[in-house]
Design a protein around this ligand. Structure first.
Ligand SMILES: *Cc1c(COP(=O)(O)O)cnc(C)c1O
Ligand code: SF4
Length: 354
């Protein structure tokens, strides 16, 4: 445990540049440029995360993820409004159907925190984009009429923002669709606003074992410091409530691009009973160039972790192919059919030919 003093305590979510100035997280002379960032992208830093920031550290990994930066105004030619091609595979509002056996359902586009690197940053933050009852019913009908769909992935935005009552309804509607095996929730709330993980919410999320179906929850977490005591307790409530937990991490320049940081994060997760699932290479979201690193850097990190961590603590390093083709593993240790070699965790190639 760090003895670093928690520098700032707030009861409310910081939602504007002036809130950030008042909290000492932004210098007053930065405000004018950051207002331009705020015109385009949402800002929200809940008390839990604000309290983790050390304002005296210019490279604080928590601040870097959530405090807006003037660098977001720099857009490069390769960046895309819809980097992973959701729109190309959307049969109706709130639904993305890219792979035959699973669909994304996005009931809300609001989040407890707005991550500065978000791949859907052009879409999130709009409370008016919450699916209406009718649109949600249409989405459920689409899923019910698609027997090849075995899994529904609730994402957004952050679907846990719906609250216990609406989640209970949605989750039992999904559990009653005979061909579904899995309901999977993607959320940042366990680390961003763990108090929202109430016993009622956990009951709403859970799918009883007797149904023969399972509820999974993927926690978005990028730095070991995000796993503060309250987050750990929230994760405990979810596990005890019967959810199977995995984690998704975005590999980010200046946040977690060092093997010891990733090692600490993944070790903490497995100790909490959470399987690190994906390590995402950053997407080409607008104004996020300062977060991107080279794939070769990511591969070197993944190789370093192979020698340091158990297999259950290692996520798959993936790229979401721009345009909507889906996710592909980035290696580094795939078999090379042309060379007839397979590379081990030390980087040494071994002959293996068929
Ligand atoms: C990421 C994603 C999924 C889930 O992929 P998994 O590899 O099963 O985690 C499903 N549909 C879409 C459109 C996605 O972007
Ligand atoms: S919580 Fe997820 S969807 Fe929301 S801003 Fe962060 S990365 Fe984007």
């Amino acid at each position: 445990m760090s003895s670093r003093p928690l520098p700032y305590h707030t009861a409310k979510t910081l939602r504007s540049v002036s809130d950030l100035v008042e909290a000492g997280l932004v210098r007053p002379e930065q405000a004018e440029r950051l207002d331009k960032v705020a015109e385009r992208y949402g800002i929200a830093i809940p008390p839990m995360l604000a309290a983790l920031i050390d304002p005296s550290d210019p490279n604080d990994p928590i601040a870097r993820q959530f405090v807006p930066s003037a660098r977001e105004l720099i857009q490069t030619a390769d960046e895309l409004t819809d980097p992973i091609g959701d729109d190309a595979h959307s049969p109706l509002p709130g639904v993305v159907h890219r792979y035959p056996d699973r669909v994304l359902l996005k009931p809300v586009l609001v989040c407890p925190v707005y991550c500065r690197f978000c791949f859907r940053r052009e879409q999130v933050g709009d409370a008016d984009a919450t699916l209406s009852e009718n649109a949600l019913d249409a989405a459920l009908d689409y899923i019910a009429d698609a027997p090849q769909v075995r899994e529904v992935i609730l994402t957004g935005g952050d679907p846990l923002m719906l609250g216990a009552e609406r989640i209970a309804k949605l989750s039992s509607a999904l559990a009653s669709i005979p061909h579904l095996d899995v309901v999977r929730w993607h959320s940042r709330i366990p680390v961003a606003d763990p108090e929202r993980i109430t016993p009622a919410l956990v009951r709403a999320l859970a799918v009883p074992f007797e149904t023969g179906k399972a509820a999974w929850l993927s926690v978005h977490v990028n730095h070991p410091r995000e796993l503060a005591a309250a987050a750990v307790e929230a994760i405990g409530r979810l596990r005890q409530g019967g959810l199977t937990l995995v984690a998704q991490t975005v590999l980010l320049n200046g946040v977690n691009d060092q093997a010891p940081i990733l090692e600490a994060l993944f070790r903490s997760l497995v100790r909490l009973g959470v399987k690190p699932y994906y390590l995402h290479h950053p997407d080409l979201a607008p104004g996020t160039g300062h977060f991107r690193l080279k794939i070769a850097q990511g591969q070197a990190l993944v190789r370093a972790l192979k020698g340091r961590l158990s297999g259950i603590a290692q996520p798959t390093y993936v790229l979401d192919i721009p345009g909507g083709a889906g996710k592909s593993a980035l290696g580094p240790d795939c078999w090379d059919a042309v060379d007839g070699t397979i590379t081990d965790w030390r980087g040494i190639a071994h002959d293996y030919r068929e």
